[in-house]
Design a protein around this ligand. Structure first.
Ligand SMILES: Cc1ncc(COP(=O)(O)O)c(C=O)c1O
Length: 369
């Protein structure tokens, strides 16, 4: 048996002919940078996220860097964020010369705990950067209230949450900007790297568009120090094909997740909780279980993939020790890292394989206790 934890190949194969046709069209035009495919994708994704503008860039990481820079984050600023995320969220802050200031997470949904934000605001705080982790929105409207009260920028890292919503509104409807990743295993994954910033603020749109293109404004005039971070036409063409299936794929992920929740409800583990008013798109289906390493090994022995996102919180990583935090500073994030395990939930898994995974988990856990 071979059930991987993610399977971008299976997804590409379902649309192979259409994808090759779209790529061939780009090849035939030889218009590789900032052409009609990027324009179309920016329009589609902005609409999908409830934003006025979409600015396509090279990766979800660059989307973060450019969104933060477009919001005025720079050297000496502090940005409040989570220690429990993919490293890019923090890296983006650091490469701009700003400092990530962490608050602990909520143990039930793994997102930044909004009740811990105000305690870490200082005169240097410039922005709040929560993450919509695993495909579920954080309490973004409460972050908005805090940002407004303290005159801070609010940028959400929505790399894992394209198509998710809260109170029926997508990530572009909240805060100053949000960012998306098109990494191949994401809910909307390209055939390579890609990302996007969504915003409804024309000033952020203008700054981000200029920043992704060397800080250029109107030809060879440079308004700011920028980056070289344009999404290429091949990726945009691929994503324009794939985005048509996004809603259907997100529904398939949800069906697998709901099935697991039903099957695992009596097991001695904590299951993902979809908060009321959230449309959770299960980028990951992540359980908490004290014997997760044994469970992971048992699944691997049966040919079933699983993954640990994330094995260590960022404040304990070598590269981030310079921030001055120590083990014990964020006990919830630290504890969660020891227990989390993500199971296969991607759309192409199918109910037959979801049943195989569920049977295996139930069997192993019944023996482990
Ligand atoms: C939460 C989070 N932020 C940022 C990123 C960075 O995206 P990318 O890999 O497209 O640079 C990722 C993707 O891996 C992510 O999961």
């Amino acid at each position: 048996m071979n059930i991987p934890v993610a399977n971008p190949m299976a997804q590409c194969m379902t649309q192979k002919d259409e994808l090759i046709e779209a790529i061939t069209k780009v090849f035939d035009t030889c218009h590789f940078i900032l052409g009609e495919n990027v324009t179309q994708l920016e329009k589609t994704i902005a609409e999908l996220c409830g934003a006025e503008y979409g600015i396509a860039v090279n990766s979800g990481t660059d989307a973060l860097v450019i969104a933060l820079a477009a919001c005025g984050v720079g050297p000496g600023d502090e940005v409040i964020t989570t220690p429990y995320t993919f490293v890019a969220t923090n890296e983006a802050v650091m490469v701009l010369g700003a400092k990530p200031v962490y608050a602990d997470i909520n143990p039930r949904d793994f997102n930044l705990d909004v009740s811990k934000i105000e305690a870490v605001i200082t005169p240097r705080t410039k922005a709040i950067l929560p993450v919509h982790l695993y495909g579920q929105f954080c309490d973004i409207e409460k972050f908005e209230e805090i940002a407004e009260k303290h005159n801070l920028k609010l940028i959400a890292d929505g790399a894992q949450a394209i198509g998710a919503s809260r109170f029926g509104k997508g990530m572009g409807a909240y805060g100053d900007a949000a960012t998306i990743s098109f990494y191949p295993t994401k809910n909307l994954g390209g055939c390579g790297d890609g990302g996007m910033i969504v915003t409804s603020d024309p000033a952020i749109d203008e700054a981000a568009r200029s920043l992704r293109f060397h800080g250029m404004k109107d030809g060879y005039n440079y308004k700011r120090i920028g980056f070289c971070s344009r999404l290429d036409e091949f990726q945009a063409a691929v994503l324009n094909v794939k985005v048509k299936k996004l809603a259907q794929w997100n529904e398939a992920r949800r069906a697998h997740a709901h099935y697991y929740i039903e099957r695992f409800k009596d097991l001695p583990m904590e299951l993902p909780v979809a908060k009321a008013d959230n449309y959770h798109i299960y980028h990951q289906f992540t359980i908490k279980y004290g014997k997760r390493d044994e469970l992971r090994q048992g699944l691997a022995d049966m040919g079933i993939g699983s993954a640990v996102f994330y094995p260590g919180p960022l404040h304990t990583q070598d590269a981030y020790k310079c921030l001055g935090y120590s083990e014990g500073d964020f006990p919830i994030a630290e504890g969660v890292c020891k227990q989390v395990l993500s199971l296969p939930v991607y759309p192409e898994l199918g109910m037959d394989n979801a049943k195989i995974v569920a049977d295996a988990v139930c069997d192993i856990v019944s023996k482990l206790g």
